[in-house]
Design a protein around this ligand. Structure first.
Ligand SMILES: *Cc1c(COP(=O)(O)O)cnc(C)c1O
Length: 324
């Protein structure tokens, strides 16, 4: 049985025109729209809210009193799980890769502010992180708590349901939408959009979080639609990963400045910066063409800028001193 979602965000999110960014990318002024899923409300906002409404809804229905989830130290999903727990009066434990560092800025600072407890898992892969989370859950249960484990990135068939609704909002806001461009991390966001809009209408820009992102998207999307979702039928670009998930690439630097200086839009170095760099590359190679309606999904993530020393230094370099 599917439990109802718990309301956490503010919907529908706005869809805004971006004529100056469109022109800078080589599109017509009416071609590009920004879906403001950075404005979902709770905890600083971002795409994870839509997925958490379903995942936390199920946890509550099952009687959980503690939310447990996993992620990188600067995980937006971990931050928003912490915020959801605070809003609902649930305890939250975040099982994070790595070890505590000197800095707790960005998402980590917000995790602390929202009152989450942290469990550091060391330098482990996803399987190691999942094992550490299972251990944390066992310990909590032994102590009399009722933990609910929310999967990496909040992505599952259930979590992806949150993006069915976003797809429906987009259909209403821009009926002649040709392509929605979105960062692809753990896969649930793209999966929900694919289920709502069809494989041909969604371009995912991989950030390098998964070994096989197409398989994950197809797995989460298939049960949510009558359309056949084949991994090889998905539009996914893997050319923006660079040296890896945490690296700040040249195209991302360019994308961060472009969005900021044409539209006053603040992007993050890991997800939305890569998504815009991928959109730009798609315009250059003809995957996205002038005259077609394109939506850029702003999925949030701004706290990550403040937790990424290279990106922060790059942003600060932009502030030149007025001479004379
Ligand atoms: C997690 C995240 C994404 C990717 O969403 P997935 O559902 O994990 O693929 C995109 N943008 C931001 C800002 C995120 O935090």
């Amino acid at each position: 049985m599917i439990h109802p979602p718990v309301p956490l965000g503010t919907f529908p999110t706005p869809l805004e025109p971006a004529p100056r960014l469109a022109a800078a990318l080589g599109l017509g002024p009416d071609d590009l729209w920004v879906k403001r899923d950075d404005l979902t409300g709770l905890g600083g906002g971002g795409n994870k809210i839509r997925k958490l409404e379903w995942a936390v809804g199920a946890a509550l229905a099952e009687g959980a009193d503690t939310l447990v989830t996993t992620g990188a130290p600067q995980s937006n999903h971990a931050r928003l799980t912490a915020a959801a727990g605070a809003r609902l009066g649930l305890r939250v434990v975040l099982v994070l890769r790595g070890a505590p560092g000197a800095s707790r800025s960005g998402n980590l600072a917000l995790d602390g502010l929202f009152g989450a407890r942290l469990a550091w898992a060391g330098a482990v892969d996803q399987a190691g992180l999942d094992a550490a989370a299972a251990e944390v859950c066992a310990r909590l249960r032994a102590g009399g708590s009722r933990p609910a484990l929310i999967p990496f990135g909040g992505s599952s068939i259930l979590g992806a349901r949150g993006y069915l609704r976003c797809g429906a909002e987009l259909r209403e806001q821009l009926p002649d939408l040709r392509t929605a461009v979105v960062a692809l991390g753990s896969g649930g966001t793209m999966a929900g959009l694919v289920a709502a809009l069809g494989s041909a209408s969604v371009l995912g820009v991989d950030v390098g979080a998964l070994a096989d992102p197409a398989a994950a998207v197809a797995e989460f999307a298939t049960p949510l639609t009558t359309e056949e979702v084949a991994p090889e039928g998905l539009r996914i670009r893997r050319d923006q990963v660079g040296a890896g998930y945490a690296a700040l690439t040249g195209p991302v630097r360019k994308a961060l400045r472009l969005a900021a200086r044409t539209e006053g839009l603040a992007l993050d170095p890991t997800y939305t910066g890569r998504a815009l760099a991928g959109l730009h590359a798609a315009v250059r190679d003809g995957g996205i063409r002038p005259g077609e309606k394109t939506v850029f999904l702003h999925t949030g993530g701004l706290p990550g800028l403040f937790g990424h020393p290279d990106a922060l230094a790059f942003a600060e370099e932009g502030a030149t001193v007025l001479d004379g």
